[in-house]
Every structure is written in structure tokens, then in C-alpha cells.
Design a protein around this ligand. Structure first.
Ligand code: PGA
Length: 250
């Protein structure tokens, strides 16, 4: 049985005051009976503070990106080892904003994915189509390419990984895929993995992301192949984030 997960992607938002307050509020509202795993992904400079604040709670910590390299002359980059040292267990890889704005290619994302795995960080691999690709009915082709370019036929690399399906047209736009639309893509993703390993397909968490809020979360999370959400905007306010957490409860 897969656990549900709710992960907050703070993007380039927050400062130390906001981090202290938000983590306290989330920790206070996240009770033992909540049936999901909870993860926050603040920007790099706030990771150390967030790691201190979550001590003694069951909240996990993740970063939003990492370098494909382990150390050396890569000015401005942050390695997997630095992230584990800062207290991270997870790292988001291949978010569509990094693919589009920072021009990350499938090949770069593949290297980052294995840099995470090799250093015991759990990658959250983001896949998803743009509006243009959706309109051209290329959704499945694009997602299969994004996934296969990272895992190849090596489903074992997904033993300790999470996938996030984030349709680009739904991110930060207020538009969300319907639960049925999202379910069909999640089912497709699980199917690709099951063609390599049924066991890994059965166990891997596949999160949905894109304008998830307290109102639409329950419908999405009730779908059999949707194992929680990757939350952007609504992860910056404790009450909004917690209302999504509560939507995972039966
Ligand atoms: P959003 O962002 O919830 O603000 O749409 C999701 C994401 O980019 O991970």
C-alpha cells in the first residue's frame, strides 16, 4: 500500500521570519492522525533553518534543485552531498520552471537524478506537458520521453524515487487537470514503469501538481493512481497547505 505525500515547493519565496513561522504553524497543524507524509522544499539558504525547525516533527525536508556534480569548480552550484549535510532527504528534479527558464534538458535532468540517487537523496522527478503539446495531443509522448530519458530500462533507479506529474498549463494558473484527466496520465506513467517492473510500479508514489488547493485536493487524491500532491502557491500559507494535508484523510 502506498502512503500519500503532500510536498510544498516554496519556489523562490520566503525569508527566515517566514520560514520560522510557517514551519511552526505547519508542525502544529500536522497531527499524527493525518494520513500523509509531509515534505517542505524551501530555497537553498533557508534549508538549514528549516532543518532546525522540523527537528522533533515528522516533517521531511527537500531542496528544489541540485548540481549534477559532487564538488569542484562549479560556481553557484549546490551538490547532493551539501543537501544531505543540510538535512535534506528529498530533492525536486526537472521542475518545468527549470526546464523552461533555466533550459535544463532531459540529459541534464538524468544526471541530476542519478547524482541524487548516488548520494542517498530521494529525487522527485517532475514530468508534464505544455499547453501547446497538450493541444497537439502529444501529452503521452512527451511524458514517456521525459521519463524514459531518465530511467531508460532501469526501473530499479525508481526504487527510492517519487514522480510528480505537473501539467505545465496548470502550474500557477488556477487551472487544474480534472481528477479523471490526471488519473489517466498517472495510470499511463505507472503503466510505463510496470512494463519494466510491476513491483516498482506498484510501490512508487506519483504526485500530482498544478494549482492544487484545499478545494480540489480531495477529488484528485481520491483517484487510485494519485498518491498526493506537489504544491506551489498554496504551500506558502499554513492554513492552505494544511487544508490540502487534511484532504488526504479518509
Ligand atoms: P502551483 O505550483 O501549485 O502554484 O500551481 C506547483 C508547482 O510548480 O510545483
Amino acid at each position: 500500500m502506498r502512503n500519500l505525500m503532500v510536498a510544498g515547493n516554496w519556489k523562490m519565496n520566503g525569508d527566515s521570519t517566514m520560514t520560522s513561522e510557517l514551519v511552526d504553524e505547519i508542525a502544529a497543524g500536522y497531527v499524527g492522525s493525518d494520513s500523509c507524509e509531509l515534505l517542505i522544499c524551501p530555497p537553498f539558504p533557508l534549508l538549514g533553518l528549516a532543518a532546525n525547525k522540523i527537528q522533533g516533527t515528522s516533517i521531511f525536508l527537500g531542496a528544489q534543485n541540485l548540481s549534477e556534480y559532487n564538488s569542484g569548480a562549479y560556481t553557484g552550484e549546490v551538490s547532493a552531498l551539501m543537501l544531505t549535510d543540510a538535512g535534506c532527504q528529498y530533492v525536486i528534479i526537472g521542475h518545468s520552471e527549470r526546464r523552461a527558464i533555466m533550459r535544463e534538458t532531459n540529459e541534464m535532468i538524468r544526471k541530476k537524478f542519478y547524482a541524487a540517487i548516488d548520494n542517498n537523496l530521494i529525487p522527485i522527478l517532475c514530468v508534464g506537458e505544455t499547453l501547446e503539446q497538450k493541444e497537439q495531443q502529444l501529452t503521452m509522448e512527451i511524458i514517456e520521453q521525459q521519463l524514459k530519458s531518465v530511467i531508460g530500462d532501469n526501473a530499479a533507479s525508481l526504487t527510492n524515487a517519487v514522480i510528480a506529474y505537473e501539467p505545465v498549463w496548470a502550474i500557477g494558473t488556477g487551472l487544474t487537470a480534472t481528477p479523471e484527466e490526471a488519473q489517466s496520465i498517472h495510470h499511463f506513467i505507472r503503466g510505463i514503469i510496470s512494463s519494466i517492473s510491476q513491483e516498482i510500479a506498484d510501490n512508487i508514489q506519483i504526485l500530482y501538481g498544478g494549482s492544487v488547493n484545499g478545494g480540489n485536493a480531495k477529488g484528485l487524491f481520491s483517484m487510485p493512481d494519485i498518491d498526493g500532491g506537489l504544491i506551489g502557491g498554496a504551500s506558502l500559507t499554513a492554513s492552505d497547505f494544511l487544508s490540502i494535508v487534511k484532504a488526504t484523510n479518509k
